[in-house]
Design a protein around this ligand. Structure first.
Ligand code: SIN
Length: 533
């Protein structure tokens, strides 16, 4: 079981089998935009882990970066993205992102997204490492929620089937080894089902929950990435995690995101003595995220760090979600600096795809945070993630629409070879282990890493993996995915003996030209491979 295509045993005899032409896994911006576009040609079904709105997109605050402002152009956006990516961006992908961004965002507006306007013109804000004001936002700091609202409305108005509370466990293949569909835990019936399709679009999002502090919601446990890995998909750049510099840091409060747009509008970082410790650093509060996150981490060794909104006029109007959430915890941002700290925010790596979203497995496509084509390099530029979801979902639909696929037949599905034990009970104390993993990842595979720490993380996670027996319950399945992804992050981070973007090694504190390449790993590989893109 430990090195299998499957996290749990299953039997072909006992499953309900469903068919659709294209399966979209995940209901964030990438999944829903793909589903809407694909529904013009295919019968599409969206499977989503919780309810359709829930996921990282809904929590996105700052906005969506796009070169639509008068003094801006895709060339400037391209340049800023590459600079932030610290030498590791796939240049062709960045070109596609910057050039196709405007038409995709216009489409989003046509589909009903209402971005904030000033005198009827789109209102752009600025975020870290952007040379222009190019970040669109909605209802102040509720950009992701507004985009989801609009996309969900469109999905509901079309003939797109949506199955909520359907947890994807694993991929199933036909006798040729091509992806034929997925095994799903229907959390309403409690039963495992098979969903067969001509093609599968993976858009299941990121894995912030591997870390003690994260801006990601509870469901972001990397399930889709882990399932693809078990099925033989190549993963790329898994050592590159982005830590957002400013999440609320209060005992008992979640690591609620305090948008970078706040610093874009002038909010300042202060230490306990009231000093602006970013003042001497190029870019100051708007330096690249990894730089700001590490500076805060250093300060936090001695003292708490705060984000001070006092020089903003009426911050409650511009940032209503941040204002009301902080107020719930007794902090009025218009008068009181907010205690903050860094938190795991975004996975630059993921399932390796080309610019059309194709993976190394036939019939499997991936887009959004779970995918990696190298567009973000070693460090994503602020507010490029929603745009990435849109643009590369759109690339997938172009690619899929031009192909002929054959719907998989159940009799051609490769069965699970092993013992079917329906009474299997998970051996793990799930809550305890989940906390342990998050602590280990935060301490040893987090913002500042060392060979020793990563080795310790790897050894501890290996022990968890050896002792782990999953059962058919979402927390158990999530735990299995978290352990295996933690191992992959620790392994790839251990091998990269340099510092670049989101990956910082205090024992190798500088970028090294020799490492200007992408890590690639698939199940069964003894060693991490490297490619240049
Ligand atoms: C933020 O609002 O700071 C998050 C935006 C992003 O992650 O790009």
């Amino acid at each position: 079981m430990k090195d299998s295509d499957f996290l749990i045993p299953w039997s072909k005899d006992s499953l309900v089998v469903n068919y659709t032409e294209v399966l979209v896994l995940g209901s964030g911006i990438a999944g829903l935009f793909a589903a809407i576009k694909l529904s013009r040609k295919f019968d599409v079904t969206v499977l989503t882990k919780k309810n359709i709105m829930e996921g990282n997109t809904e929590h996105a605050q700052g906005g969506i970066a796009v070169a639509l402002n008068q003094d801006d152009s895709p060339e400037f956006h391209y340049g800023d993205t590459i600079l932030a990516g610290a030498g590791l961006c796939n240049l062709e992908a960045v070109k596609i992102l910057a050039e196709k961004g405007p038409e995709c965002v216009r489409r989003l507006i046509e589909l009903g997204t209402k971005f904030d306007r000033h005198d009827n013109e789109l209102d752009f804000t600025k975020e870290g490492a952007h040379s222009k004001r190019r970040v669109l936002h909605a209802r102040g700091d509720a950009t992701g929620e507004e985009i989801e609202r609009a996309l969900v409305e469109v999905v509901r108005s079309r003939l797109i089937t949506v199955k909520e509370n359907h947890y994807v466990i694993d991929f199933i293949k036909n006798h040729h080894g091509e992806i034929a569909g997925v095994l799903v835990l229907n959390q309403i019936s409690g039963k495992v089902e098979a969903w067969l399709a001509k093609a599968v679009v993976l858009a299941t999002g990121g894995l912030g929950q591997l870390y003690k502090h994260t801006t990601n919601p509870e469901l972001a446990t990397g399930d889709g990435i882990a399932a693809a890995y078990r099925a033989g998909a190549e993963l790329m750049d898994m050592e590159f995690i982005q830590f957002h510099p400013t999440a609320l840091l209060l005992p008992g409060a979640p690591s609620f995101l305090i948008s970078e747009a706040a610093r874009g509008e002038g909010a300042k970082l202060l230490n306990v003595r009231g000093e602006r410790f970013m003042e001497g650093i190029p870019g100051q509060e708007l330096a690249p995220r990894d730089v700001v996150a590490r500076a805060i981490w250093e300060q936090m060794k001695d003292s708490p760090v705060y984000l001070d909104f006092s020089c903003l006029e009426q911050p409650q109007d511009r940032f209503p979600t941040i204002y009301s959430t902080c107020l719930d915890y007794g902090i009025d941002i218009s008068t009181t600096p907010v205690p903050i700290g860094p938190a795991a925010h975004y996975m630059m790596g993921g399932v390796k795809v080309n610019n059309m979203g194709e993976t190394n497995l036939a019939n499997l496509y991936a887009c959004g945070e779970c995918a990696c084509n190298g567009v973000h390099g070693a460090n994503r530029l602020a507010s490029n993630s929603l745009l990435d979801g849109l643009v590369f979902a759109s690339m997938i639909t172009d690619s899929l629409s031009s192909k002929t696929f054959v719907l998989a037949k159940w009799e051609n599905v490769r069965p699970f070879k092993g013992v079917w034990d329906i009474n299997q009970k998970g051996s793990a104390d799930v809550q305890f282990l989940r906390k342990q993993i998050k602590d280990i990842m935060w301490e040893k595979a987090g913002i500042i890493r060392t060979q020793q720490g990563l080795l310790e993380a790897y050894s501890q996670l290996i022990k968890f993996w050896e002792e782990f027996t999953p059962s058919l319950e979402v927390p158990h399945l999530e735990l299995g995915n978290m352990i295996s992804l933690g191992l992959i992050i620790a392994k790839t981070a251990m091998e990269r003996e340099e510092s670049r973007g989101g990956h910082y090694r205090s024992d190798f504190p500088f970028a090294n030209k020799h490492w200007q390449k992408h890590s690639v790993l698939k199940r069964g590989d003894q060693h991490v491979g490297y490619v240049s893109i």
